[in-house]
Design a protein around this ligand. Structure first.
Ligand SMILES: Cc1ncc(COP(=O)(O)O)c(C=O)c1O
Length: 432
């Protein structure tokens, strides 16, 4: 192995085994070259190889740092102790997901062999009619293994290492980590309760982003949903910059509790929408519908065909059974209603006590705080596990994320009261 390759492998091993952790600084390139008897160009090539795989990030004069979640280790969140109410997980409420046993009973029992179509035809029809309701063109369709798989495939179809990708800030940490692991540069785009800020988007486009990942509803972590007016403003920006690839991550789909307002301009040349069943039918199904322009979709389907080939037909049939079950619609309606009342109970209590948050959709609520670690620790002392916002933000000020999905309203009111006590220790609470 060439010396440079060996050094790349050595650093990678240090990252894999934890000798080098997220945020650790690597020696400056020049020092590294001297230390290992390398020409400066060779040392720079070692760092470049690590950065093009998203293992390290160069931050100009500050130096080169190990990425937050370098993709050479599998990260599993620390388990939440049983004595805490778990408001940290980001999962849908399991009692609002359809019964798996019934659905599995309708999976064909004969062996499913090679040589079948990529998409089970009934599933293609169901997905197409679902997109038609939102007037999203689904003539080009793929089935992928989850929203993130769809995002990865679309980015890979267009971008090269070193390209920049617009990321909502705060936004879903796995999207940022995926973008980084693919060797792209995440570029923050400010958002509020109505979605991405058009001025911030323009600025990111001026700074050269090639693509953007947008969450139309159930935005994680802040619970934003894109309003009609905001969608119109964003479409206008994209129409002026048709080279920017727009990816909509509709990860919660029908249980978002808000309509899907499209940010994709009519006849836009570079776009994709991924709609996952993870939150409405269950995260473990790993099934999502992906639609987009014909160039993107041709590349994605063709690449899928020479790689994994297809998403298991066993899973696709299970989803068909769930989507066509007699109680499907009423279960979705119940989920929407339940998430709405839980969210409203929580943010209503905060708002009555002067803490205004903007969440209108989805499973999570974001509360700006000055000291994330102190608030998380204070909540833990009061019996509640919540998430520090640090993993979700790039340039946004600190906050904490509370998943409201699986907790009864009266407990959520207690969660709000605990937060109020921590955030406003001297004020007199109004008990409404
Ligand atoms: C914004 C966002 N996108 C994607 C996902 C993951 O979706 P999937 O499981 O379909 O990959 C999540 C999961 O919570 C999410 O919050």
């Amino acid at each position: 192995m060439a010396k440079a390759d060996q050094l790349v492998a050595d650093i990678e091993q240090k990252i894999r085994t934890g000798q080098l952790g997220p945020g650790d600084r690597l020696a400056p390139v020049r020092e590294f070259a001297v230390e290992h008897g390398l020409a400066p160009n060779t040392a720079a090539a070692v760092y470049k190889a690590l950065s093009s795989r998203g293992l390290v990030q160069g931050e100009g004069r500050r130096g080169t740092f190990v990425a937050n979640k370098p993709a050479v280790r599998v990260h599993i969140d620390e388990p939440i102790p049983n004595n805490l109410v778990n408001l940290a997980h980001g999962n849908p409420d399991p009692t609002l997901l359809p019964d798996l046993t019934t659905a599995l009973a309708s999976v064909p029992s004969e062996p499913l062999l090679y040589g079948r179509e990529q998409i089970v035809p009934e599933l293609a029809d169901l997905f197409r009619s679902d997109f038609a309701i939102d007037e999203i063109d689904a003539s080009e369709l793929a089935v992928v293994a989850g929203a993130l798989d769809g995002i990865e495939r679309v980015l890979a179809a267009h971008l090269r290492p070193g390209d920049s990708v617009g990321i909502e800030d705060p936004g879903y940490s796995s999207v940022t980590e995926l973008v980084t692991a693919m060797g792209f540069r995440p570029m923050p785009i400010t958002i509020d309760g109505q979605g991405p800020d058009p001025d911030s988007l323009r600025e990111a486009i001026d700074r050269g982003i090639s693509a953007i990942v947008i969450t139309p509803r159930a935005q994680n972590p802040i619970g934003a949903s894109i309003s009609e007016q905001r969608a119109q403003a964003l479409r206008a920006v994209f129409a002026e910059h048709p080279h920017v690839l727009v990816i909509e991550d509709d990860h919660a789909g029908p249980v978002s509790g808000a309509p899907h307002q499209s940010t994709i301009p009519v006849d836009g040349p570079n776009w994709a929408v991924v709609r996952s069943v993870a939150k409405s039918l269950g995260p473990d199904l790993r099934v999502s519908a992906l639609v987009g322009d014909s160039t993107t979709m041709g590349r994605v389907r063709g690449r899928q065909a020479v790689g994994t080939g297809w998403v298991s037909h066993i899973l696709q049939h299970t989803v068909v059974a769930m989507l066509t079950a007699r109680h499907h619609r009423s279960l979705i309606d119940l989920a929407v209603k339940t998430y709405d009342s839980r969210r409203l109970a929580f943010i209503g209590r905060l708002s009555d006590n002067g803490i205004k948050v903007e969440a209108t959709s989805g499973l999570n609520v974001w509360i700006p705080v000055a000291d994330e670690a102190a608030v998380v620790a204070g909540m833990e002392r009061r019996g509640f596990a919540i998430r520090s916002g640090v993993r979700y933000r790039l340039s946004t000020p600190p906050g904490v994320r509370v998943t409201i999905a699986s907790t009864e309203e009266q407990i959520l009111v207690q969660v709000a009261d605990a937060l109020i006590e921590i955030l406003q220790p001297t004020s007199h609470r109004r008990n409404v």
